[in-house]
Design a protein around this ligand. Structure first.
Ligand SMILES: NC(=O)c1ccc[n+]([C@@H]2O[C@H](COP(=O)([O-])OP(=O)(O)OC[C@H]3O[C@@H](n4cnc5c(N)ncnc54)[C@H](O)[C@@H]3O)[C@@H](O)[C@H]2O)c1
Length: 247
């Protein structure tokens, strides 16, 4: 059976990933800390979908263990794990609190470590693959983004460390998105700002990214046909990290 576990699956890119993988014929285990978002995902997917809905805070080792115990009751192996859950909190470094630093690191970096560890027995059985969702902010920055940038830089490093530790059984790669428009993938009552022509045209490819862009690359990296690829970080940003912006 082709199956994937997606964290942060209720909203945003994770919602887009979940709907994409269901459409592509995968069974999906959807983990999220937001129960309302999971309920909406279930409604969007329909009752016929092969979807396991599992409330879980990925920064809690107890909740992650419980979630994978739940998955193990339904599935005896796992094809792919997509560590997508993440938060961003941007604040001036001078006033950055230790609590906020630890919360961002806890969800964005410790979460993928805990989920990868808990998923490993299932992943090994199908020679599966892990895809970590980092960010172009792992390699470039705006001011006041220390916790987020450090968490994503850590995730890129965790990716290559795991690729070496877990090979050849399990491959581990990273996707670092740039600007991905998630306004249509939020809580049903939330309305996002419309993107402007400038938002799109500043990208070398002429548009802002979509969740499907992330989903197609994640599917490619999980596919065992591509099993010569491990330990890599793919910048998926419409060319923005290759663009010089001196004015
Ligand atoms: N949207 C972008 O432009 C962009 C760019 C680069 C990287 N990313 C990364 O992609 C991932 C998804 O981002 P998004 O824009 O869809 O964000 P989002 O806020 O729209 O969705 C994040 C999802 O993660 C869930 N989540 C948050 N904390 C959690 C926790 N502790 N445990 C389990 N689930 C939790 C949320 O409930 C939500 O469903 C993140 O890791 C983010 O850093 C996004």
């Amino acid at each position: 059976m082709k199956n994937v576990c997606i964290t942060g699956a209720g909203r945003g890119i994770g919602r887009g990933l979940s709907l994409y993988f269901l459409q592509a014929g995968y069974a999906v285990a959807a983990l999220d800390a937001d129960q309302q978002a999971l309920k909406e995902l279930q409604e969007l997917a329909g009752t016929a979908a092969e979807l396991l809905i599992i409330p879980c805070d990925v920064s809690s080792q107890a909740e992650v263990k419980q979630a994978f115990k739940h998955i193990s009751k339904s599935w005896d192996s796992l094809y792919g794990l997509i560590n997508n859950a993440g938060i961003s909190k941007f604040e001036p470094f001078e006033t950055l609190t230790l609590d906020n630093w630890q919360q961002v690191l806890g969800i964005n970096l410790t979460g993928p470590m805990l989920c990868s560890q808990a998923a490993l027995p299932l992943l090994r059985k199908s020679r599966g693959a892990i895809v970590n969702i980092a960010s172009t902010r792992a390699v470039m920055s705006e001011p006041d983004t220390e916790a987020y940038a450090a968490s994503k830089g850590g995730l890129v490093a965790l990716t290559h460390a795991l690729a070496i530790s877990l090979g050849p059984d399990v491959r581990v790669n990273c996707v670092s998105p740039g600007w991905i428009d998630v306004t249509g993938l939020q809580h049903s009552e939330q309305k996002g700002d419309k993107l402007t022509a400038n938002d799109h045209s500043q990208h070398p490819v002429g548009r802002v990214g979509q969740a499907e862009d992330v989903a197609r690359l994640a599917e490619f990296l999980i596919d065992p046909a591509n099993d010569f690829i491990t330990g890599q970080n793919y910048l998926l940003d419409g060319g923005m990290t290759r663009k010089m912006i001196y004015s």
